[in-house]
Ligand binder design. Sequence first.
Ligand code: LCS
Length: 394
Amino acid sequence: MDKKKSRFETEVIHHGYDSSIYHGSLAPPIFQTSTFSFQTAQQGENRFAGVEEGYIYSRLGNPTVKMLEDRIAVLENGEAGLAFGSGMAAVSAVLIALTKSKEHIVCSQGIYGCTFGLLQLLKEKYEVTHSFCGMQTEAEIREAIRPETTCIYIETPINPTMALIDMELVVSIAKEHNIKVVVDNTFCSPYLQKPLDIGCDLVIHSATKYIGGHGDVIAGLIVGAKDMIQEISMTTLKDIGGVMSPFDAWLLIRGLKTLHVRMDRHCDNAEYLIDNLKNHPAVEQVFYPGDVSSPSYAIMKKQMKRGGGLISFAIKGGKAEAQQLLNELHLIKIAVSLGDAETLIQHPATMTHAVVPKENREQMGITDSLIRLSVGLEAKEDIWQDLKQALDKL
Ligand code: LCS
C-alpha cells in the first residue's frame, strides 16, 4: 500500500528518503558513480532486457537523481519525474519527443528566448512548425489550432511580461482535439501552481531557478504521467543524453527543503515593492499578476497561490535610461537567471530575449523600456532603498 501523502511542506523535506538505510545519515548520500557493476552476466542481460529492476549506467538512471525525480513528482501531484542537465535540455527533450515532422505546436505569445530559438531550430531542421497565440480568449485558442497541431506549449506567467494564461480554458479546448498541453512552471514552482491538477499533461522546470534557489546549479525537471515520462526517459533523454549529475541532484534536494519558506518570502517582498514602484514617477507601468489592478489578477486567483517573486516594469524612457538604472544599483545585481536569494535585475530586450528578433519581441510586449526584477530574500526595505535611489536619478 502506498504511504499516505503528507502536506507539501513536509514532502519537500522528507519524501522518498529513509535515512535508516544509510547509517542514519540525515542528508542523503551522493551516488557519484558513472556505472553500476552486475553480480553476474545474467544479471546484466536481465537489466538491459528490463526483466529485472536495478541501475545500469548513470545516463540511464542514478539513485540520487531518482530521489529528486520522485520528490518533484509528488510535489507536482504527478505520477513520475525526470531530471535533465539544464532547463533547456528538458524543454528540447520534451518538444522533440512530442512532435514529428509536419506537426504543429501552438505556443504562448511570449516565452523564454532560448525556447523561442529552439522552436526556430525545430522548424528549420525538422519541419516541426509553430505559431504564437495570445490565448486570452477561447476564440483565439480555437483559431490557432490546426489539424496537424499535436502540442500546446505555454509559460504562465510568461517570461518576462508576467502575463498569465488561463490553463483551465486551454486544457478544455486541447482535450477536444486530443492535443497535449505542456506548461513551463519555472516562474511559480509547484508551491505556487500545479498545472497537472488543472489537467495539463506535462510540467517543465528550469530547476536552476526557485527549485535550486541558491544560484549554484543549472538543471531541468519534468513531471507527467508514468508512460509519457518513461518514453522520454528511454528516447530523448537516453539518446540525446542531457542528464543531470548526481551532485546537482543533491544540491536540488537540499534547495527544495526550503522552497515553501523561500517562495512566501519572495512573494512578500515582491508585494511590498509593487506599491512603491507604482508610485514612483520614473515608472511608467508595473506588471505583476498578484497586483489587484493587473489584468491577470482574476486568473492568478484561480490558478496560483500567490503572485510570485518576479516583477517586470516599464520605465519612462528607452534603452539608455534602462541601462542607466541598472548601472546605478549597488545591492541589486545585474544578472540574468531568477529565483535566487539575491535580488537580480536584467534588461530582457538586450539580455534574455536578445535572440528574439525585434519584431517578435515587440509582439511579445518586450520593449526597450522593460526591466525584469527577480526579487530576492533580502530585507524588503533595503531592496526598495537601492531601487529607489537608482530610479530617483533617471
Ligand atoms: N524556461 C524558463 C521559463 C526560463 O526562464 C529558462 C531560463 C529556461 C526555461 C531554461 O532553463 P536553463 O536551461 O537556463 O536552466 N531562464 C533564464 C532567464 O530568464 N534568465 O536567465 C536564464
